[in-house]
Design a protein around this ligand. Sequence first.
Ligand code: GDP
Length: 542
Amino acid sequence: MSSSPDTIAREVRRRRTFAIISHPDAGKSTMTEALALHARMISEAGAVHGKAGRKATVSDWMEMEKARGISVSSTALQFNYTPTGLANDDPDPSALPNVINLVDTPGHADFSEDTYRVLTAVDAAVMLIDAAKGLEPQTLKLFQVCRHRGIPVITVVNKWDRPGQTPLELIDEISERIGLTPTPLYVPVGIAGDFRGLYDRRSGKYIKFSRTAGGAKIAPEELLDAETAAATEADAWTAAVEESELLSEMGQDHDQELFLAGETSPMIFTSAMLNFGVRQLLEALVSYAPAPAGRADVDGTVREVTDPFSAVVFKVQAGMDSSHRDRLAYMRIVSGEFERGMVVTHAQTGRPFATKYAQAVFGRDRSTVDTAFPGDVVGLVNATALAPGDTLFDGPRVEFPPIGSFAPEHFATLRARTAGKYKQFRKAMDQLESEGVVQVLRNNTRGDASPVLAAVGPMQFEVVTARMLAEFTVETLLEPLGYSLARRTDENSSAELDRQRGVEVFTRTDGALLALFSDKWRLQYIEKEHPDLTLEPLVAAG
Ligand code: GDP
């Protein structure tokens, strides 16, 4: 039987659902593994098989698909974590463990619209940056989506065990480039490359770390008072204390309201490889990241977390075999309790949807889910009718607003290799577009037989051509176009834009008019020459 609203409220309070946003190589997989280690989900980091010295991590999965170049996978990792207090000095023995959901953002070569969509399923993001490299392009793109959606961001400066920038340089870079004010919770003791521990800015104490062999185990921590710290770490300690004072003078102390408003970002320094600072990240998530909250439906009415079951599908992963049998839809629960076997309603079609095969999905292992609560992510197999943005519900009807589409940066024309296949091609195109696999743009000049596909990552094109062939037996020809940038425009501006060199205007299926530009210099030139034209940046519609 379903739990009472009180039970649901309690389950919600202890949940945190977040994603890590980062540029490839910043250490997301290593951090994911370090978090799993701290939650005691795995007993040793690097337990899963080799990749360049250190072993590959649990979140590197579905290798077969990766090898075939078609991985579009997303991982949802759930673990329990019992808080021990930010400075490890005031554990609450009666505290229930927290339930942490880490939703993986596919990155690397398979960066795609799905990577962005994942961010619609989380309540907070951890922006993981490399201490030497600072903000990198993919991090910036993902950050803009967080900002647009009002998702609060915790900043993690990783690889502090290696030479890098100073804390103040990194803080300045973040403030200046993205207008987010970091409020470090700790200041590292020891410069980048000499990571000794953390100065806890709240308690004034020193958390001293010790290395373990190969960073495979949780790093032991010692909690020392200021006097002892000053005696053992000398100048490194004094520097950390002074940096902290400087930050306080500049008003860069944690402020929960400003954090939730997306203006400030609690900052932590870590070495995912040595497992330094990982516990502090978990503590920050538990202490500051928001618990799941109700969500407004299409009419603006809020479905509260204690209301009957509802969920939003944020990602659909199609099996590449033609039998469709393993199509997995990931839903984020918005309200109520989910019980496997429930028959829920698919809001978009009004049809019932049986949830007999609900799964928690992580790595290669899939385990059956029996119950789940708001904030949790559940995979549904056989989900042929479901598309990203769709709503499932039980009890009173609800439909959440669509996810919208994101700024594409890759463009290509697609057509059937043989004219005789045009009908199937058209049908397949509609199907794949409605599943959110790719955006489709059209204009009169190009006609319907060769629409323009628009994607966030080029991997989306490969998925389209592979599925065209496997599921619809249509061989296609893909031709990349020399555009790299899209802006939203309007009817009044489109004629003038069409006259410009290096620009083409299209209508997207949702009705939006998009102007494509060869590069940002072309765009800047046209903006300068024709300041009256409407050219708005795209992040997410809807
Ligand atoms: P991802 O691409 O963001 O998932 O990054 P990975 O977790 O695969 O890490 C990229 C590389 O950086 C690997 O060689 C890791 O061993 C290394 N790495 C990750 N975290 C750290 C860290 O804290 N310190 C050091 N020195 N290396 C790290």
